[in-house]
Design a protein around this ligand. Structure first.
Ligand SMILES: Nc1ncnc2c1ncn2[C@@H]1O[C@H](COP(=O)(O)OP(=O)(O)OP(=O)(O)O)[C@@H](O)[C@H]1O
Ligand SMILES: [Mg+2]
Length: 266
C-alpha cells in the first residue's frame, strides 16, 4: 500500500487548549459508507444496555444521518444549536434504546463550513455536556477535513472503521496518518467492519497495521471485528437500532464485544 499524500493543514487549536476529554470516543474513517453511523448508533445502544449513560453526537455536520437511521425527528438538533435556538443540552433527545442523541441536519451544508469560532464554542459546550454522561460517541463524517479533525481532537479514543475494500483501507490509513502526525487523538484503534469472518478481519487489520508500523511508526490496536450481517440492513431499512430489532444477531454481538473491551480498557 502506498503512503497517502500529506494533508492540507488548516490550523487547529493546540492540544493544550483542548479541555477534559476522558469519556469521548470518536468514530471515524477515511472512506464513506463503511458503517460509521450504524456502528456509532449500535455502540451507544450497547453502552445504554449495560447501564451506562450514553450520548451519541452526530458530528457528520454536512450529511447528518443518525436521525434517519433511527427514524426520529427531534424538536432540536445541531442546526438549532448553531442558529442559537437551543443549547446543546436542549438538543439532546432521548431515544427508545435508552441513550441520548444530538442529531445533525441532513443537507444543511452551512454546518460543514461553520466558522472556526463557532466550532470552538460548540466544542466547549460539548465538553460541558459530556460531564453528564458516562460515554459520548461522536459519529464523524468521512475524510479528513477541518471539522473532522477538530472533532477527532476532542476524543479520548478514536475508532477508525474500515472494511476489506482496498480503498477503505487506504483511506483509513490516510486518516490515521493525519491524526498521528497532527497528534489529534491519544488512542487510535481499528474496527474492521463487514467481513465474512474473524480471519478475514485479522487480515485487513494486519495490512493496515503494517503500513502504520512502516510509515508512521505507530501500532494502533484492533478494537474489534464486525461480521457482515444482513440484519444490519434490515434494521436500517426499518429505521430501528439493531440492538432493538435483532439483539442476538452476529453484528450486534460483535459490537457489544467491542464495547465491553473498550469499557474495560479505557
Ligand atoms: N456489519 C454490517 N453488515 C452488513 N451491512 C453493513 C454493516 N455495517 C454497515 N453496513 C451497511 O453499510 C451501509 C453504510 O453504513 P453507514 O451509513 O453507517 O456508513 P457511514 O460510514 O456512516 O457512511 P457515510 O460516510 O456516508 O456517513 C449501511 O446502510 C448498511 O447497509
Ligand atoms: Mg455516516
Amino acid at each position: 500500500m502506498k503512503p497517502a499524500p500529506a494533508p492540507s493543514a488548516a490550523a487547529l487549536p493546540t492540544a493544550a487548549a483542548v479541555p477534559h476529554k476522558r469519556n469521548i470516543i470518536a468514530v471515524a474513517s477515511g472512506k464513506g459508507g463503511v458503517g460509521k453511523t450504524w456502528f456509532s448508533i449500535t455502540l451507544a445502544h450497547a453502552m445504554a444496555k449495560s447501564g451506562k449513560k450514553a450520548l451519541l453526537f452526530d458530528g457528520d455536520l454536512g450529511l447528518a444521518n443518525v436521525d434517519v437511521q433511527l427514524g426520529v425527528t427531534p424538536d432540536h438538533d445541531l442546526a438549532s444549536v448553531i442558529s442559537g435556538d437551543a443549547t446543546l443540552a436542549q438538543a439532546a433527545t432521548r431515544y427508545d434504546g435508552g441513550f441520548d442523541i444530538i442529531a445533525g441536519r441532513s443537507g444543511s451544508g452551512g454546518l460543514a463550513t461553520l466558522p472556526a469560532s463557532r466550532l470552538l464554542t460548540l466544542r466547549t459546550e460539548l465538553h460541558l455536556l459530556a460531564q453528564r454522561y458516562d460515554w459520548v460517541v461522536l459519529d464523524l463524517g468521512a475524510g479528513i477535513e477541518r471539522t473532522v479533525r477538530l472533532l477527532t481532537q476532542q476524543s479520548r479514543a478514536c475508532l477508525v472503521v474500515t472494511t476489506d475494500e482496498p480503498t477503505a483501507i487506504t483511506d483509513a490509513y490516510a486518516y490515521i496518518k493525519v491524526t498521528a502526525l497532527e497528534k489529534l487523538a491519544d488512542g487510535i484503534q481499528i474496527v474492521v467492519n463487514m467481513v465474512g469472518n474473524q480471519r478475514d478481519g485479522e487480515r485487513v487489520y494486519s495490512t493496515l497495521l503494517k503500513a502504520c508500523r512502516e510509515f508512521l511508526k505507530i501500532e494502533p490496536p484492533l478494537a474489534g471485528i464486525i461480521r457482515r450481517d444482513d440484519h444490519v440492513k434490515d434494521s436500517i431499512r426499518r429505521q430501528v437500532s439493531l440492538l432493538t430489532r435483532h439483539p442476538g444477531s452476529e453484528a450486534a454481538q460483535d459490537v457489544e464485544t467491542i464495547f465491553h473491551r473498550l469499557d474495560d480498557a479505557l
